[in-house]
Ligand binder design. Structure first.
Ligand code: NAD
Length: 473
């Protein structure tokens, strides 16, 4: 753990294993209730100074962190791949983007503005100022273990907040590496603190401790709801980046080749373990057969493995529980009438024997009563469905409690506007599969979350204070 600017050892440890080989990668020490409270106290005390440091000086520290992350790109990427099984080329991309977030928020730190308000009363002067919310608890998932910490911590620190970070127990090693960087970059004592350990134990302390004024969480909708309920007791602010179930719609006038290429990337990248992954494929009836043929062809060419080369995008899934969840959705679909066009099973033989690998899978004849159409799929399975009209596909695409990302392909300009406006999602990709960039607002509607990260994210870490001044005339 890293608390109040120092590393300390504890007795309890967890083993972190490579999901692709089953081999032990590292052992990491864990903490409990007492240390979590110490971390919160350290962040609380550090807040007094850090929040008052001129933004330009906070920005300098963030700049240093950004440079150091980029300098250590390869080393950090190897750690991410070793603990999550993420193909190395995707890990390198994650590190680069994490550096970019620190750089962006170093710049944003200097662009926090308040307002003066025209007074209706002659002897009053009115203004609204922005101030950091206070101590922030940062809870992150394993699938983008560095990026999610970077996006949250960089924003919080830029705003003048201090943080207590609790990473996923599946991917704690990259958190340790990030805190080594904070240490090397001389982030002042107590500004960022790291606690690794049991999720329930640590989050209960976070929820109960009134010094924590905000929780920023990325993970499943189920855990997000639990934290939101718990935060209600002391009215902590929450930002939640939760699960998704993205529709991928191909209209009859789309560029079919582009749509197929993007569909494969969006579904199978990182073995489908991305919150903005395409999860439901709606293809117009008139082009369905051709799409299906091209899609299955491309999927059959995908290489699954440890992901050590530049081309690989599919590694193992995170653990055995993930394999069971994926197989459950496939079995349910098949039992209700879906056809398996490709895959449909885990990979067991040879190089796959020791890891948790699932074969890229394509299902056809998928119907609305199947689990896969309603539950988030965190795996490499694509359910294909036909549609006949814009109205029908919009109704089906929106028929979900999720609302994170959505995608559609068309060359009709009027449809671009109509459909973008009617999709009930926080993110819409139009003929575009890479919608997550540092500058953009990132987040979901409905049960996919509350608040926005990324480009506009600093507001989430600021309070507005109204100041009313009566003057002598
Ligand atoms: P998860 O909800 O199981 O875990 C997320 C984090 O919460 C982990 O650190 C975990 O240890 C912790 N946690 C688990 N139980 C907890 C509890 N009771 N109290 C407090 N913390 C608890 O999710 P995951 O499997 O790590 O990640 C996958 C999920 O994250 C998917 O649903 C995915 O869509 C979502 N996700 C969303 C985004 C986004 O930006 N919207 C980004 C990445 C992942």
């Amino acid at each position: 753990m890293y608390i109040n600017g120092g590393w300390s050892a504890t007795k309890e440890t967890i083993e972190v294993k490579h999901p692709g080989t089953g081999e032990l990668f590292r052992r990491v020490e864990t903490v409990g209730k007492e240390e979590t409270n110490q971390a919160i106290e350290a962040a609380h005390q550090a807040f007094v100074k850090w929040s008052k440091i001129p933004a330009i000086n906070r920005a300098e520290v963030l700049e240093r962190i950004a440079s150091k992350i980029l300098e250590k790109q390869e080393e950090l990427a190897q750690v991410i791949s070793s603990e999550t099984g993420k193909p190395i080329t995707l890990s390198r991309g994650e590190v680069k983007k994490s550096g970019e977030y620190f750089k962006w928020f170093a710049e944003e730190a200097r662009r926090v503005y308040g307002e003066t308000i025209t007074s209706p009363i002659t002897n009053k002067r009115l203004m609204a100022i922005k101030q950091p919310v206070g101590v922030v608890a940062v809870i992150t998932p394993w699938n983008f273990p560095l990026l999610m910490m970077a996006r949250k911590v960089a924003t919080a620190l830029a705003a003048g907040c201090t943080v207590v970070v609790r990473p996923s127990s599946e991917s704690p090693c990259i958190a340790v590496e990030l805190f080594r960087i904070f240490d090397e970059c001389e982030l002042p004592t107590g500004v960022a603190n790291l606690v690794i350990g049991n999720a329930n134990e640590i989050s209960n302390v976070i929820l109960e401790n009134n010094k924590v004024r905000k929780i920023t969480f990325t993970g499943s909708t189920e855990v997000g709801k639990h934290l939101m309920r718990g935060a209600a007791d002391s009215i902590k602010r929450v930002s939640l980046e939760l699960g998704g179930h993205a529709p991928f719609i191909v209209f009859e006038d789309a560029d079919l080749e582009l749509a197929v290429e993007n569909a494969v990337y969006l579904k199978y990248r990182q073995a489908g373990q991305v919150c903005v992954c395409a999860n439901r494929f709606y293809i117009h009836d008139s082009i369905y057969d051709e799409f299906e043929r091209l899609f299955v062809q491309k999927v059959s060419e995908l290489k699954v493995g440890l992901g050590l080369d530049e081309e690989s995008i599919i590694g193992p899934v995170i653990n055995e529980r993930a394999i069971s969840g994926i197989q459950d959705q496939v079995d349910d679909a098949v039992q209700k009438g879906a056809k398996v066009l490709y895959g449909g099973h885990r990979l067991n033989d040879g190089e796959y024997a020791k890891g948790s690998y699932y074969c890229p899978t394509v299902l056809s004849d998928v119907t609305e009563d199947m689990k896969i159409v309603h539950e988030e799929t965190f795996g490499p399975v694509a359910p294909l469905m036909r549609f006949h009209s814009e109205e029908e596909v919009l109704q089906k695409a929106n028929n979900t409690e999720y609302g994170l990302a959505s995608y559609f392909y068309t060359n009709d300009l009027s449809r671009v506007y109509r459909v973008s406006e009617q999709l009930e999602y926080g993110i819409v990709g139009v003929n575009d599969s890479s919608t997550s960039i540092v500058e953009s607002p990132f987040g979901g509607v409905k049960e996919s979350g509350v608040g926005r990260e990324g480009g506009h994210g600093i507001e989430e870490f600021l309070e507005t204070k109204f100041i009313s001044i009566r003057i002598n005339e």
